[in-house]
Design a protein around this ligand. Structure first.
Ligand SMILES: C[S@@+](CC[C@H](N)C(=O)[O-])C[C@H]1O[C@@H](n2cnc3c(N)ncnc32)[C@H](O)[C@@H]1O
Length: 187
C-alpha cells in the first residue's frame, strides 16, 4: 500500500474510528470497471497474457533488428490473431473504446471548427464506433462511416448516424469528406 500511495493510486486517510485507512484517488477511479472515465479494460488488455507474451521476445527482436514482437510470440500479427480469437478481439475493442471515451471529448472541445461544413466522416480503424458516436452526437450534421476489419464491424453495435463498413484500409477506404484516424500507441 505504501508503494501505491507513492504512485498516487491510493491516499492515506484516517477512518471515522481514528485508525489508519486508505481512500481512492482520481487515478484509482480510472481503474474501476464502471464509470464514464474507466480505463480498466485498457489495463486488462495491456496486462493480458496475450499482450505480455511479446515482451519476452523484445531483446531477441532488437538484436535481430526485427520490430515484430507480437508476430514472434504468436506467429501472426495482432489483427489476424484477434480475428481468430473473438474474446481477445472484444477485449481490444472495449479497451479502444475506453481510450476513445477519454480522448474524443478533448477533440470535440478543442477542434470543433474542423467539423464545420463536413457532411461525412470515415473513421479508419474505428473499432466499435465509440469515436464516431461521440462525434455525431457533438456535430449532428455529420454522417459517420465506421470502417474497420470485417470481424470488428460484424459485432459492433448500431448507432444513429453511423454506418459500419468492413474492409482492409490497405486495399481501399470508403469515400467521405474527411478521413479520421485515431491510433492508440501500444507495443
Ligand atoms: C489501435 S486500434 C484503434 C481503434 C480506434 N481508432 C481508437 O483509437 O479507439 C486500431 C484499429 O484498426 C483496425 N485495423 C487494423 N488493421 C486494419 C486494416 N487493415 N483495415 C481496417 N482496419 C484495421 C483494428 O481492428 C482496430 O480496431
Amino acid at each position: 500500500m505504501r508503494f501505491l500511495v507513492c504512485q498516487k493510486i491510493f491516499q492515506k486517510k484516517c477512518t471515522s474510528n481514528g485508525t489508519k485507512g486508505y481512500a481512492p484517488t482520481s487515478t484509482s477511479l480510472l481503474l474501476m470497471r464502471h464509470g464514464e472515465h474507466s480505463m480498466a479494460t485498457l489495463v486488462l488488455l495491456e496486462s493480458s497474457p496475450v499482450m505480455l507474451a511479446p515482451w519476452h521476445y523484445l531483446s531477441a527482436c532488437v538484436r535481430q533488428n526485427d520490430p515484430l514482437t507480437f508476430e514472434a510470440a504468436h506467429g501472426k500479427d495482432i489483427w489476424s490473431y484477434a480475428a481468430e480469437h473473438p474474446a481477445h478481439s472484444d477485449l481490444i475493442n472495449d479497451a479502444m473504446a475506453c481510450d476513445a471515451r477519454a480522448s474524443v471529448p478533448t477533440i470535440v472541445e478543442g477542434c470543433a471548427e474542423l467539423f464545420v461544413g463536413v457532411n461525412t466522416v470515415v473513421d479508419v480503424g474505428g473499432g466499435d464506433r465509440t469515436t464516431l458516436r461521440a462525434l455525431v452526437k457533438a456535430f449532428p450534421w455529420i454522417r459517420g462511416i465506421n470502417f474497420d476489419l470485417p470481424h470488428v464491424v460484424s459485432v459492433a453495435l448500431e448507432s444513429n448516424g453511423v454506418k459500419h463498413v468492413g474492409g482492409d484500409m490497405f486495399a481501399a477506404v470508403p469515400k467521405a469528406n474527411t478521413a479520421f484516424l485515431k491510433v492508440h500507441i501500444s507495443i
